[in-house]
Ligand binder design. Structure first.
Ligand code: KG4
Ligand code: ZN
Length: 343
């Protein structure tokens, strides 16, 4: 049996988790409220908050897992991509902790971790969860749509760490576009969950926003964002209360546009490559329309859909732990001298 302590600090969530093999024993996340008032993550404030949170978060993860420090076999950490100042806190902590324990280090790529979150087994020891694995993990090959605030990629997984990039955004990430749409409407930050909630009361066919024609399986979101902005500018000239009056319809319509665009390319990629298992991962995979539409498409084609539990969609250390576990099995350890990387 292998016990891994995992650390995630790439953006604005400080998180630590403990896994015993592929089973999650604890997953503690400290989200940073400080950014809300600025409508986005302020890197300088994020690193400061990580510095304050890291020790209590790791302490809580070890305590909740019911283990002793001596039980830890390796320390896994997110090396990148992310914000440099944020990463430095987690990376430095992981290095010193591993050194103090005399245990090996494992570096994890944040994007691979999001994808591998599908392989986490939820144990009865984890306080915040009630059930074991809701569904068996996907088998190879499978397609994963990775959608977060920083990335939008269609990946074809041949094995845990062999991820073939089929397509990606050429400009903004899907989550970024959603967050910007929310900002234009002055809804708050992060906009994704707010738009998701308001969209439930709106008519998704109220407004149409064109999606760009991009070759292959690539995406572009900057045009959608701009057409949304110009559309609202025109309407606001006629009625200054337009957004307030039509908030729910606007959210539902922009959400439908983005989700439809995302899944259209995924569906085509799966058909072209003859893949029958489709997974989603990353913060935007928490979106209720994306989750239900993926299920629809998969039912239509008799494919299997893999939708992660909500707590593994946004940034968390459990996903870093599972990636670390698979690397541990391969004997893939990191050196103390490794610096973080931002992209
Ligand atoms: O993976 P994540 O936590 O951080 C990054 O690595 O970027 O993703 C954050 C993104 C944000 O853009 C946030 O608005 C979006 O995920 N998000 C959502 C939802 N929950 C989070 N987008 C749409 N619907 C949601 N329910
Ligand atoms: Zn992420």
């Amino acid at each position: 049996m292998t016990t891994i302590l995992a650390i995630e600090s790439s953006c604005d969530d400080t998180s630590a988790a403990v896994l015993r093999d592929d089973t999650l024993l604890s997953n503690v996340i400290a989200s940073q409220k400080v950014h809300e008032q600025y409508g986005g993550v302020v890197p300088e404030l994020a690193s400061r908050a990580h510095q304050q949170n890291i020790i209590p978060v790791v302490d809580a993860a070890i305590r909740e897992a019911g283990i002793e420090r001596e039980d830890i076999d390796a320390v896994a950490f997110t090396r990148g991509p992310g914000l440099l100042g944020s990463l430095m806190v987690g990376v430095s902590f992981a290095k010193s902790f591993a050194l103090a324990l005399g245990k090996p280090l494992i570096e994890v790529n944040h994007l691979q971790a999001h994808v591998l979150s599908h392989f986490i087994r939820v144990g009865s020891g984890e306080s915040a969860v009630d059930s074991t694995r809701a569904q068996m993990p996907p088998t190879f090959p499978f397609i994963c749509l990775l959608v977060s605030g920083g990335h939008t990629q269609i990946l074809l997984l041949h094995s845990h760490f062999e991820m073939e990039l089929l397509g990606q955004t050429i400009d903004d990430a899907a989550g970024e576009a959603i967050d910007k749409a929310a900002k234009i409407m002055d809804l708050g930050y992060p906009g994704g969950p707010i738009i998701d909630r308001l969209a439930k009361e709106g008519n998704a066919d109220a407004y149409k926003f064109a999606t760009p024609h991009i070759a292959g399986y690539d995406y572009s979101f900057s045009g959608i964002k701009t057409s949304f902005l110009y559309f609202l500018r025109d309407r606001l000239k006629e009625d200054p209360d337009f957004i307030e009056k039509h908030k729910a319809d606007l959210c539902a319509s922009i959400q439908k546009t983005i989700v439809g665009f995302l899944l259209k390319k995924v569906e085509r990629a799966a058909l072209d490559r003859g893949v029958k298992q489709i997974a989603i991962a990353g913060g935007v995979s928490a979106n209720s329309l994306l989750r239900s539409e993926l299920q629809h498409i998969c039912q239509k084609h008799h494919w299997q859909a893999f939708v992660p539990p909500f707590k593994f969609c946004t940034d968390n250390a459990a996903m870093v732990g599972i990636a670390g576990y698979f690397k541990y099995l391969q004997g893939d350890f990191a050196d103390q001298s490794l610096p973080p990387y931002t992209r």
